[in-house]
Design a protein around this ligand. Structure first.
Ligand SMILES: Cc1ncc(COP(=O)(O)O)c(C=O)c1O
Length: 346
């Protein structure tokens, strides 16, 4: 399926990206109260952390001379990167083609089209993942259109690079005295985790790094499996090209259904709307805190808000609650005690 709008030409200027807020949420555990500092990346232009990635990918191609006026930007996206690329391409005067999949939120596709991008939706290839199908479509476009340039979020060093120089630096600047005991980051391409980890290892070596992946994702080397309730931007059908063993201390693997349950509990208790990957990061932080008594101050990257995901706003459980692992179920119960105010003393 191909939807195409007329190429609008340069209209706006690049918006200011970054400087997103960090808000503490308090979770009373049985033996101590932990604070979880949420970096709310939905406050970026285009509504997600991917504004940073999109700008960095385009900057790198412009600096190398590969991307010039008159050329077309092509990318495979689960949604957020596509919205940001569409907006920035409009501002910078490039045509843009985005390859998405059926799980990409309709609200994101609508925004890409509104910014003038062409959107191609692929279905899962037999025997392959939806990501394989998206990448095959990107290659086909590159073969057919000599003026098309792939930003390649899966391999460009600009992806982890911007999270090292900007996202992580901002997060550390907002840390409480003594810094964070642990930082949890959900993975898809792994660019955010690799960049944040590179910064933390140099500047905050005592901070534990928690990688958060989806059950059924191959991002951290797991066996890819069908994910009936797949959350956009959480996990991946292929191994991350960026994540190396020294980038993480702990991995927490969560079912999509449990990440979604975390989102609704966080929203009910704190009023904060988080997308699936942010909910997964917070749930993983509580899982780790419940297993490690040394953790008191934790941080989570929250890549986007839950607003554009209808399933996260329906208050109807996704999937089978009986399939939840015991430690994760206990962490979900702890989230029922979360608040934005420090009403319980450690
Ligand atoms: C909502 C959301 N969360 C998390 C991520 C993962 O970030 P990364 O690709 O840097 O691993 C993405 C990436 O698309 C995303 O859209």
């Amino acid at each position: 399926m191909r939807k195409r709008n007329a190429f609008p030409g340069p209209l706006d200027e690049d918006p200011v990206i970054g400087g997103t807020p960090v808000r503490p949420v308090v979770v009373p555990l049985d033996d101590r109260t932990v604070r979880i500092w949420l970096k709310l990346e939905a406050e970026n232009p285009f509504g997600s952390i991917k504004a940073r990635t999109a700008a960095a990918l385009l900057d790198a191609l412009e600096e190398s001379g590969e991307l010039r006026p008159g050329l077309r930007v092509v990318e495979s996206t689960s949604g957020n990167l596509g919205v940001a690329l569409a907006g920035l391409c409009r501002a910078r005067g490039y045509a843009c083609t985005l390859v998405v999949e059926p799980s990409t939120p309709k609200a994101s596709v609508d925004r890409m089209i509104a910014y003038g991008a062409e959107v191609v939706t692929v279905r899962e290839a037999p025997g392959g993942t939806t990501l394989d199908a998206r990448l095959a479509a990107v290659r086909e476009i590159l073969e057919q259109d000599g003026g098309a340039v792939w930003t390649n979020q899966y391999e460009s060093p600009a992806n982890p690079g911007v999270h090292e120089t900007h996202t992580a630096a901002e997060l550390v600047e907002a840390a409480p005295e003594g810094g964070y005991d642990a930082v949890a980051v959900a993975v898809s391409t792994g660019g955010t985790l690799a960049g944040v980890a590179s910064f933390l290892r140099r500047r905050a070596p005592a901070t534990r790094i928690v990688a958060v992946d989806a059950v059924g994702s191959a991002a951290m080397g797991g066996t890819p499996a069908h994910r009936p309730h797949k959350l956009a931007g959480f996990g991946s059908g292929r191994v991350s090209r960026f994540i190396e063993r020294h980038h993480w201390d702990d991995v927490v693997r969560l079912r999509d259904a449990d990440a979604a349950a975390a989102c609704s509990r966080i929203r009910e208790r704190t009023g904060l709307s988080l997308g699936g990957s942010g909910g997964a990061a917070v749930l993983a932080a509580v899982v780790r805190a419940s297993l490690d008594p040394t953790l008191r101050e934790l941080a989570c990257l929250c890549p986007d808000s839950g607003d554009k995901y209808p399933r996260l706003n329906e208050n109807v459980p996704i999937g089978d609650p009986a399939g939840t692992d015991e430690t994760v179920a206990a962490a979900l119960d702890l989230l029922d005690r979360a608040s934005t105010e420090e009403t319980v003393n450690a």
